[in-house]
Design a protein around this ligand. Structure first.
Ligand SMILES: *[C@@H]1O[C@H](CO)[C@@H](O)[C@H](O)[C@H]1NC(C)=O
Ligand SMILES: *[C@@H]1O[C@H](CO)[C@@H](O)[C@H](O)[C@H]1NC(C)=O
Length: 326
């Protein structure tokens, strides 16, 4: 099996959870994972009953909610998903949106919902993540501290930690992928309607969405032994974070395809993606590079700024109430 197959199936696996069954047509063969590694929390009596959640905070006062799935067993290392809300969002909202804490969607993954900070005193409820045009906290550090604490308390397979997020939270998932440290700890990333702000371009005239430099440590790193699996979802009618990119909030948003193409390059992949149309969508297509290692899900011409889901109708028709979360 090629080295990228396992990584690609990690991305696919995450995507299936994000969207519900039915999205991924030809699945790569199941990964031949070695016996799972066990975190220090294995064997400890859990602090939460299965199917429930608990709010924790770091020493610095940052909060996150840990959800234990129905099938959690303190002696079996569980996969884990980090989920980041959109700008202006909060933990419970993100949980309602991604539904990853619901047994009909997920029975075996621990899910961790993190709470962003509001750094700008003039906008006390604009909770954002590092990388947003607003000033920000060190959310890489927050993620590291939360993850370390969870691995010490619960039974986690450290090789199956994933990240997802909505809008600016999706942008932050991309930023985790760009961190050399975090890209070694997180196995796959599934940003949804991601805002991949490039703050170094802070003038509208200088923002060329199709070619803008992507400031990303992991992309620059040479001789990496591991690849960075990405599966990004975006709708063609997203008028908050546009598929074509553009200048927004004083920073440059790349075209989503350009951002993906840079990952394709960074992961050393060549050639055209294999494309699958999404049944029942308005021109939706799944573009898989390297057998799915880097995948762009263009959800359709009519899909707006939305979480992508198949469980209640067509992919992504869930725009209600989301408009403010740019
Ligand atoms: C944001 O950062 C800039 C540059 O460091 C600084 O001039 C500005 O005062 C900061 N704004 C806030 C609200 O902290
Ligand atoms: C898949 O779609 C992309 C974007 O439209 C296109 O550039 C590429 O050539 C397509 N791949 C194949 C194999 O046709």
């Amino acid at each position: 099996m090629h080295w990228w197959s396992t990584a690609a199936s990690a991305a696919l696996h995450l995507a299936l959870l994000i969207t519900g069954p039915g999205l991924a047509a030809p699945a790569p063969e199941a990964s031949t994972r070695a016996a799972s590694a066990a975190s220090a929390g294995c064997g400890a009596v859990p602090e939460i009953v299965d199917g429930a959640s608990r709010l924790y905070s770091t020493a610095a006062g940052r909060t996150y909610r840990v959800f234990l799935p129905r099938d959690y067993d303190e002696n079996t290392p569980a996969p884990l998903i980090l989920s980041y809300h959109g700008a202006g969002g909060v933990i419970d909202q993100q949980a309602d949106l991604d539904r990853l804490a619901r047994p009909e969607v997920n029975t075996d993954h621990i899910v961790v919902y993190l709470q962003g900070n509001a750094d700008d005193p003039s906008q006390p409820e604009r909770y954002t993540w590092q990388g947003a045009p607003e000033n920000h906290s060190d959310d890489i550090r927050f993620t590291r501290e939360a993850l370390d604490a969870i691995l010490a308390t619960y039974c986690v397979d450290p090789s199956r930690v994933y990240a997802t997020g909505m809008s600016q939270g999706g942008g932050f998932a991309g930023r985790l992928a760009c961190s050399a440290e975090m890209s070694a700890r997180i196995a796959a990333y599934a940003p949804v309607a991601g805002a991949y702000y490039q703050k170094q371009v802070d003038e509208e005239e200088a923002c060329e969405p199709a070619t803008v430099d992507i400031d990303c440590e992991s992309m620059r790193k040479r001789n990496r032994r591991t690849s960075v699996p990405i599966m990004a979802f975006h709708g063609g009618s997203d008028d908050i974070i546009r598929y074509e990119g553009g200048f927004r909030n004083g920073a440059c948003l790349p075209a989503v395809k350009h951002w993906i193409d840079r990952w394709v390059e960074a992961d050393g992949l060549r050639g055209m993606p294999a494309n699958d149309t999404i049944e029942g969508s308005d021109g939706g297509v799944i573009m898989r590079h390297g057998g799915g290692l880097v995948t762009l899900v263009y959800a359709g011409d009519d899909v707006g700024h939305a979480w992508m889901s198949r469980s209640n109708g067509d992919l992504g028709r869930q725009t209600q109430g989301l408009r403010e979360f740019g």
